[in-house]
Design a binder for this molecule. Sequence first.
Ligand SMILES: [Zn+2]
Length: 354
Amino acid sequence: MNEGSTETASCELLHEVSSCPLCGSTERDSHSISSANLYSEKLAALAGVEEADLIKALPNAECRSCGLIYKNRWFPRPLLEALFRDSVPLHPKGWDARSNRFTPDNFFAELERYKAALQRNDVEQTARWRRALLSIIDSIPALENYPDRLAIESAIELGDCAAVCSRKALIREAMDEPAPFKRFAGFRSREMWDWCLERSGKVAAYAELGCPLWGMLPIAGSRVERAAFLSRPEPNYWGSSCRMDGRPCTAALGSVTGVEQKDWNGVKPGEFDLIGLFQYLDHLENPLAFMEELFLRARSCALILDDFSQPTAIQHFTGWTLKAIQWLAKHFGKRIDDEFEPIRASGNRLYLLC
Ligand SMILES: [Zn+2]
């Protein structure tokens, strides 16, 4: 095993992960160190350690046998539960897919909040609004490959709000529909739905689990015999604390025609034809056991994960290379179709396992 020196003294609460959570092999190589983000900031605060030390203590390893990327150490369950109950109770990308944040007026209102946070030297709020502004710019298709985009991003990074304001007309004109598959559109795509059905064969019953706000259920509800959101408690994912104005995220499904809600554990064998699993599998500590449960309940799975070329984020226990997806498909006797191109520009990959 080839691992650099890591800071462990201050991160004693982490437990060691000695073997691959997919194939069980102990052979692995160093892969990457996660980048700082909202979750590294919150997890470090909960653990009572410096953020940089926490990131160093959780390096990503790559399994030599199946190609899965996974953390060498991981968090205890109560800490993960506290993260999603208290620190980040709302799934930001889920609510953003249902929000009105992607408008020029809101962009400049958030710029004012960023400016105010900078003036008060409020480190946490400064980081929050900086991320918020960058995510809006990232979702403007018209700015892609446009030189001013880099100038705007760098002005946001540097806190130069005047330089951002000087491009007000350009930003207003460029903001139209948010880029598909990014933050403000989520995974609600008619094109992806049609592709999945064309490639996976007859789908009479479709289900999703994970986030109820950002997937294809609003499309499925009126197009298949049964469409369902499946609730499954998971410590490393948003749950009952994900509420807006007191209403849980699952209540948003109440206004979606034709979608029922059901407990994961109450699903009968073979009850569904296709299950959509979007940015969920990489949160789980035992992905293999979960996929066994999934393929008992459904014939096929539409799996969306981060592109494996990105360093696995701190809140993701695993990262999935094509080799790992192939191992998974072979294990369950499924074939892989990963030819859905439109999603790739967003940094996601879709794998249809049939
Ligand atoms: Zn492995």
